[in-house]
Design a protein around this ligand. Sequence first.
Ligand code: NAP
Length: 334
Amino acid sequence: MEFTRTLGRSGIQVSALGFGCWAIGGEWQDRAGQPLGWGKVDDEESVRAVRRALDLGVTFFDTADVYGTGHSERVLGRALGSRRDDVVVATKWGNLFDPDTRTLTGTDDSPEHLCRALTASLRRLGTDHVDLYQLHLADADPDRAARLRDACEELVAEGLIRAYAWSTDDPARAAVFAEGPHCAAVQHALNVLDDAPELLSLCEKNDLASVNRSPLAMGLLTGKHRGGRSLEAGDIRNRPPAWLRGFGDGGGADPEWLARVDALRDILTSGGRTLAQGALAWLWARSPRTVPIPGFRSVAQAEENAGALAKGPLTERQMTEVERVLRREAAGAA
Ligand SMILES: NC(=O)c1ccc[n+]([C@@H]2O[C@H](COP(=O)([O-])OP(=O)(O)OC[C@H]3O[C@@H](n4cnc5c(N)ncnc54)[C@H](OP(=O)(O)O)[C@@H]3O)[C@@H](O)[C@H]2O)c1
């Protein structure tokens, strides 16, 4: 049986797992040279991975105009091709960038930019509408964002987008968008090492989906950073900005986060799951509104992550056990 979820009050059905397309945008940086991508990627492998995901029943893809300064949207559009209408495409706007130098150049929270950005995303994705359009400025001014919410309502009326969301970890900001009738979701960080109870309550109260970025804690929950792992120079995790959690300067994984992954390993890998699959299973059990969107850059990762769908959520008992282990770890670390 297919494992699906609904994008809140929009009624849009998606596979319970989405695919996050940040990494497949390839390398890009800010003006100070801070890497904002995940290092080099092979576009042909990215296309194969997206198509494999489609074959395995994944019908939800999350990207942003700024990922790889337009490259992620182009690769996703190419990979979907004639299967575009079989899936739900989410993208984001709010950042300004120079594709020639692959550089983030600023932000723009005006309604005029919203319309310009949407036109450009539609062109790169090769489509005539975006299913879920998301504000990518997590800390934007709430009053200015209210104008963007109203502008999104107009775009829904014009048929250019079907629903919209704010990508923010701040419940007060998410609540501003929730007032719009066609707001369908909040995109926010959530994983077994980094819970977000307030945002989940807000989603419950307002009938919104909780689209989960960093569901694998940017790779920490796959177990491969145990024992140290060197990351490419162009990988954001190598020089993590302040908001990136779980990695220290120089790309080393935070030992406390790694200890928690180790402590959870047995529960998450029960039922024949890999660690990554267990991390996704925790998210599905956490709330019926969650839709994790793990990143990927290979067919193997696509297969493993999509394979989690067949195994479903953790049981209530396992969730209680996870809580107990995390409480014990927190007490030990204090
Ligand atoms: N709105 C925002 O501001 C925002 C911010 C962050 C992310 N997002 C969205 O959320 C998506 C996912 O979050 P995230 O990028 O933070 O990271 P994540 O999903 O927590 O971790 C993804 C990374 O884990 C590794 N990985 C994935 N599957 C694996 C597997 N089966 N086995 C081993 N390693 C695996 C890959 O990295 P390596 O192979 O390089 O180790 C992959 O790039 C993004 O793609 C993006 O769409 C949005």
